[in-house]
Design a protein around this ligand. Sequence first.
Ligand SMILES: [Zn+2]
Ligand SMILES: [Zn+2]
Length: 323
Amino acid sequence: MKALICRPPGVEFVENAPEPEINTSESRVRVYWAGICRTDLELTKGYMGFEGILGHEFVGVVDDDASPLPRGARVVGEINAGCGRCEWCASGMERHCPNRTVLGILKRGGCMAERLTLPHENLLPVPKDVPDRVAVFTEPLAAALEIFEQIHIEPIQRVCILGDGKLGLLIAMTFGIRHEGPVVLLGRHHEKLKTVEDLVEVHLENQFDATMNKQWDYVVDATGSSSGLNRAMQLVKPRGTIVLKSTMAHAEALDLTPLVIDEVTVVGSRCGRFAPALEFLARRKPPVERLIDAEFPIEQARAAWDRASARGVKKVLLKVNAE
Ligand SMILES: [Zn+2]
Ligand SMILES: [Zn+2]
């Protein structure tokens, strides 16, 4: 089958990738669309030493008569597959299972291929009125919504989001729709900030001066860089909370003294559950299509990768199979 293989320092399109192995606990899915995310770009730079088929953001259809879901059902899939035996799995937290595999990230081939397999319980039907190009955002949207599962935020509290990358913009959309109090997004790209300016207040970072320091109950760092935490420590109120979404491959020496002096809470936040994300897409209709920058057929993977790697680019989608 056609697939994109991780070959640091890049990607390789192949036509003869082996079909994913199937067993009784898993369903096979035919992939329509796959999204390229920052993690994929990092993997092709050698992050985590991943080998194999890339991709973890997808929408497709069940392509399997043995699946508990009907053949042809439109689905998205939770990316973490737990061992099913440990205390994390028993409490529904497969995403923290120490023996998990992760679609296209850890010991499991990904979705940038004609077909993939995932455990039956990982697959969720897509509501009828959620189009494919919207459903493909379920995984990153779940990561944005995870913040609301982790913190309890009062309606009047002030929120500052750092970073106008794909995740920062999705987080801004979710806060813009869900949170009644003031929400500000700080970024570096005027064009990207414009995509959410009807939902939240946006500012170029360098126009946000020191009078704004220590004004924010919650600061969400989605910059993807180690400077984000420094900035968050300046902006957060004493006794406020910083939500960290950035994973930093190259950690710098960081002075954490302000966290102690200001008694700041720091919450690490990674990925979230798909069910609330699908419901949010169906009911609140966040305008995620605005984040699509370009679409390429899977055969043009190199061009897609170049585009996705360029500065200031939003979401690049790969068309894998025709509907
Ligand atoms: Zn991702
Ligand atoms: Zn487990």
